[in-house]
Write a protein that binds this ligand. Structure first.
Ligand code: ADP
Ligand code: MG
Ligand code: ZN
Length: 555
């Protein structure tokens, strides 16, 4: 049988060998046993049920949640000469009825249906008269409320299968590997003594980078200038952010489209199509874009905001390099991203238990953004792989040849100022005071006196604000979650104020990120040099000893 499977792979698909996991899954399915295949996005799940479908007598029913994907897959099967069809809400009544009739006559080797169809009147009766050898459930995590794309209609799959005169082999696939979801898939799909195959999650051709404390738009400007002819996806956390980014990129002359749940069906379908056919190069999208998108030549996936957890991140990032060619997965981290994700969790209508779980996962994501260990190792460990090399040599942490610059003095000034303002104001007012502004706002809050020090007057307000955000990202400062976020000091900041710890800022080397020009820190360095020549002792300790004592009590 397996030999035949290889022949089919060669004959129909033109591939000479199975990928890791495919052969084992196919072999088991061919023995008539239920399986659950957990493979990364782009890992090659489709072949795992398409090849057995061609070897089994009768029809294989494929349950897929994605209308666009069904069409793509069926088109692809047609081009290989395989009789296949899909039935979903994109068809009108007549067309659907005709296809169901044809299916009832056993015209198709593979029949793709949306899960909702299983509950439609008359569908079951038709299917009962058909020899169905195999049911393949794609994106099987949709059956679990723990997953990120729960679909109620997935719960209809098991009862449907039960109603068939002869129980077919059932095989399910997903890229989501968490324990809760796995348990749910086995239970809610009523898999019979399934064997679970988890293939390696490593995607050798992907390069992972986390970029912190930089201006995101500046980063994009440079990056896109250097990757103009490549297809890429930019994910943002909210519809509004997508709209803004899309508008901005369009104005800069990029061939860019957008995708989020706030757009009409038609517009979404149109934009997706434009992207698939390379009529636009860049897709700016929320996480609504992508499940099941099989665009093979996506060269980069940039996360403009940190996503809510590692599962979501790896699935989205995994859309790069599906053709096996190099792909870059870049995450632009900003401290505000944590706030946004917390807000989204708070807002979502889920149980308190579930919220706790989501917060835990969010922490895993935040940890990824801050780790200095190999990013690939961090990902694979998260997904439970045990034998993972310490260093991959192909991520922004492994290739980190950044220089550490001492910004202790600037940090102390910022911390002092925040302390003096009683930790009750936002980053922009703090920046104004550090700049030495005598604006109406500064006076209104009574900081004109403090502001006369102009502790960081050599910098622009924007540079100071950026620096504050770097210190937030590095865990020295904390941004509260209120409507008007307030900057507060964390224990690490007190250690710095007391001179017990230095603040070192990573400045990446030019050759490492040829497409990023971080002028802020360049300027910072030259300014510091100049300053230290001008006055030997920087006047940053502005407090009497009593204040310092008070501070140490605070920690
Ligand atoms: P998934 O559903 O796991 O995200 P797909 O089934 O869409 O992934 O496959 C991703 C890509 O990998 C497709 O372009 C597919 O043709 C290709 N592919 C799958 N199996 C093999 C193989 N054994 N050899 C080469 N390419 C493969
Ligand atoms: Mg797939
Ligand atoms: Zn690495």
């Amino acid at each position: 049988m397996l030999q035949k499977a290889r022949e089919i792979l060669k004959k129909y698909y033109g591939y000479s060998s199975f990928r890791s996991g495919q052969e084992e899954i196919i072999n088991r399915v061919l023995q008539g046993k239920d399986t659950l295949g957990i493979m990364p996005t782009g890992g090659g799940k489709s072949i795992c049920y398409q090849v057995p479908a061609l070897l089994f007598p009768g029809t294989t029913l494929v349950i897929s949640p994605l209308i666009s994907l069904m069409k793509d897959q069926v088109d692809a099967l047609h081009s290989l000469g395989i009789p296949a069809a899909y039935i979903n809400s994109s068809l009108d009544y007549e067309e659907a009825a005709e296809r169901i009739r044809q299916a009832g006559r056993g015209r198709y080797k593979l029949l793709y249906v949306a899960p909702e169809r299983l509950e439609a009147k008359g569908f079951l009766a038709r299917m009962q008269s058909l020899p169905i050898s195999l049911v393949a459930v794609d994106e099987a995590h949709c059956v679990s409320q723990w997953g990120h794309d729960f679909r109620t209609s997935y719960l209809a799959i098991a009862p449907f299968i039960q109603e068939l005169p002869r129980r077919p082999v059932v095989t399910a696939f997903t890229a989501t590997a968490t324990e809760e979801v796995t348990r749910d898939m086995v239970r809610l799909l009523s898999l019979k003594e399934p064997r679970i195959y988890i293939t390696g999650f490593n995607r050798e051709n992907l390069t992972f980078s986390v970029i912190r404390g930089e201006n995101k738009r500046d980063f994009l400007t440079h990056y896109l200038a250097n990757h103009a002819n490549q297809a890429g996806i930019i994910y943002a956390a909210t519809r509004k952010e997508v709209d803004n980014l899309h508008h901005w990129l369009k104005q800069k002359g990029h061939a860019v489209g957008k995708y989020h749940a706030g757009l009409g069906d038609q517009e979404r379908a149109h934009n997706q199509e434009m992207f698939l056919y390379d009529d636009i190069r860049i897709m700016v999208a929320t996480n609504a874009f992508g499940m099941g998108i099989d665009k093979s030549n996506v060269r980069y996936v940039i996360h403009y905001n940190m996503p809510k957890n590692m599962e979501a991140y790896y699935q989205e990032a995994g859309r790069a390099g599906r053709d096996g060619e190099p792909g870059q997965c870049i995450l632009l981290f900003g401290a505000q991203d944590i706030q946004v994700q917390k807000f989204l969790i708070e807002q979502s209508p889920i149980s308190p238990e579930r919220k706790t779980q989501e917060y835990k996962k969010l922490q895993g994501m935040v940890d990824y953004c801050h780790t200095t260990r190999c990013l690939r190792q961090t990902i694979l460990k998260y997904f439970g792989e045990e034998t993972v090399p310490e260093k991959c040599g192909n991520c922004s942490n492994c290739n980190d040849n950044s220089q550490l610059t001492d910004i202790t003095v600037e940090a102390q000034k910022i911390f002092s100022c925040i302390w003096r303002m009683k930790e009750q104001y936002g980053a922009s007012l703090v920046a104004d005071v550090l700049k030495g502004s005598q604006s109406k706002r500064v006076k209104q809050y009574g900081f004109h006196q403090l502001s006369t020090y102009g502790l960081l007057k050599e910098y622009t307000v924007k540079q100071i604000t950026d620096l504050i955000h770097v210190l937030i990202a590095e865990g020295y400062l904390f941004l509260t979650e209120s409507q008007y976020p307030v900057v507060q000091l964390l224990p690490k900041a007190f250690a710095v104020l007391k001179g017990q710890e230095k603040v070192l800022q990573k400045i990446r080397q030019k050759e490492q990120v040829k497409d990023i020009e971080d002028d802020l820190f360049e300027k910072l360095r030259s300014l510091r040099k100049e300053l230290s020549q001008r006055n030997k002792v920087p006047p940053y300790i502005i407090f009497p000893d009593s204040t310092l004592r008070e501070m140490s009590q605070h920690c």
